[in-house]
Design a binder for this molecule. Sequence first.
Ligand SMILES: [Zn+2]
Length: 248
Amino acid sequence: MTSTAPNESIKGDSEDQISCKLVSEIIRSRIQADGVRFHANDNIAEYILPGELQSLEREIAERVRDLLKTLLIDVDNDHNTQETAERVSRMYLHEVFKGRFYRQPKVTSFPNDKNLDEIYTVGPITVRSACSHHLVPILGDCWIGIKPGNKVIGLSKFARVADWVFSRPHIQEEAVMILADEIERLCEPKGLGIIVKAQHYCMKWRGVKEPETSMINSVVRGDFRHDPSLKQEFFELVRQQSNLAKSY
Ligand SMILES: [Zn+2]
């Protein structure tokens, strides 16, 4: 037994490596250890420990600053872009992509005591997202139709859950499916229908530059799927609702 110096030096090195690890790497390895998917439209809130969002905000700002510099923008002298990296980081993390980093807003469900079984629709609910391909906005309206099951939730909760689901990079078809999954989980309806009509800035601002084109897609589940007359009633209610919305 001679000296402990080599061991101490190894220990010191590994501690340095741990402390130098980027917070995104720490969170990513936590997710990967669980074997969980972390695509752009997945929520990863449960893998982020208290305090880590602040570190992540700083890390993202550094990367955005690198992007601006690579775009040959003089961020040191251009007064308009001096704080842009920090603004973009806050916007991604706490606003437009908050549905990835924050947990679902609290939604309390109540028992359907009166056994309501008439369908109702909620909308238009404004939805805001960004396409996964270019990270430019998708803006649109969403209508939700419910044939109640054993549980009901407050009307405003549909808007809160839709906002949470859409505040991630998405493609519209998947956003609608994920929203349907969340609503089914929250209120277990007998029937569920969702329609989204949205404009994609991928097509308006760049690419083919078609300013008026929109995309409409829908999902129907449960009784809405099995009973064509119920599905028809849902689409008719939404049509009336969207016409009414225009006339007010
Ligand atoms: Zn795109």
